[in-house]
Design a binder for this molecule. Sequence first.
Ligand code: UD1
Length: 429
Amino acid sequence: MDKIRIIGGTRLEGTIPISGAKNAALPLMIASLLTDGTLTLDNLPHLADVAMLQRILGHHGVDYMISGRRAGQDEMCGQTVSMTARAIVDTTAPYEFVSQMRAGFWVIGPLVARMGEARVSLPGGCAIGTRPVDLFLMGLEKLGAEIEIDGGYVIARAPRGLAGARVTFPKVSVGATHTVMMAATLAKGETIIENAAREPEVVDLAECLVKMGARIEGAGTSTIVVTGVPHLGGAHHRVLPDRIETGTYAMAVAATGGTVFLENARAELLSAALDVLRGAGVTVEELDGGIRVSRNGTPLLPVEVETQPFPGFPTDLQAQLMALVTMAKGTSHITETIFENRFMHVQELARLGARIFLDGQTATVEGVEKLKGAPVMATDLRASVSLVIAGLVAEGETTISRVYHLDRGFERLEEKLCRCGADVSRIKG
Ligand code: UD1
């Protein structure tokens, strides 16, 4: 298995292009199941999760056409993929797919809406908490699907089609919002989704569905109204920039010092995180075509942060922020409210010399003068990139094993950092 080797201590200077958002790309690709037309997505990131989902969707009958790179095009630019599900050839999503990527479960919405049935494996346990699917099932049941659980599979049936309904989520869930919104586009009548997730990726999916002929209002607010239509068609859509990748590199620059332009980044997608960085003494400037982040000589200040659904501080940046404030001048408190067990980076950061104390869902981080390189292990996607940030500032060499977690969600991470002067390399193994 590959490892990443980092020699810390270099300031980051330069430009990092921000890729298309993984968390938008996945539901957008799944939306291709809703139509026999062709859905073309631009700016699709080159990621292991995207490739995995291509396999899953191929199993259901989605044909792919990947456009080649044009001469002179930047290597870092995303791919253009056309997807056509002329016929759904299989309505079963097997365990070997869904267990590898939880978003694979989301196919249940489009499949039951278009085909009147879906048999989708339960995702199983996950490193960052139990992550149940009760909200998905509640939402689909409200739309008239009959749900049965048998042999580790959820079987959803709606032989006469789904019917619009009021779906009030007791808790905000991104995946359940995507799934119910997709299913409702083909249901008869009006669906009102209350306490919907307001994440930018939900808005991106809604915009694409509208281009496909869906009638959706209110995406980006907590009430989404979907009026079902009998049929959706193809569309052409560009995946929005990745706000988590943006925040991650912003924190990396904040940690090492230096100035980096995050090209294509959009500040309004991560205002809460940028405000936290400003509060920590980092300079963040919103410019045409991107965001410039710098810290040149000013000390890092401690933070008080609680993760929240959008527009709050994202749980997907919690580990990276923690890595950053391990070197703040003072004590920070970071509370995780979205997922249990999302503190697996803590013991790895401690191996580099960080002083972090956990009490329930709150981490107290006492800033230290410096971190020192060591071998560490990636445990999940966001935790692993927090170790990269720590490795970039730690004195000496840090090696991170199990980097397949990183490849799931960060495109060309080493290249992007090396372009800015970092000493990061991949050791093939
Ligand atoms: C998505 C993101 C993930 C991010 C998370 C929260 C993708 C591919 N993944 O994950 O990166 O960390 O949003 O912003 O977009 N829950 C239930 N029952 C359910 C569904 C969820 O209790 O049926 C709970 C979860 O356990 C969790 C909370 O709701 O505590 C939020 O999870 P959710 O928003 O659903 O996360 P995902 O959509 O899986």
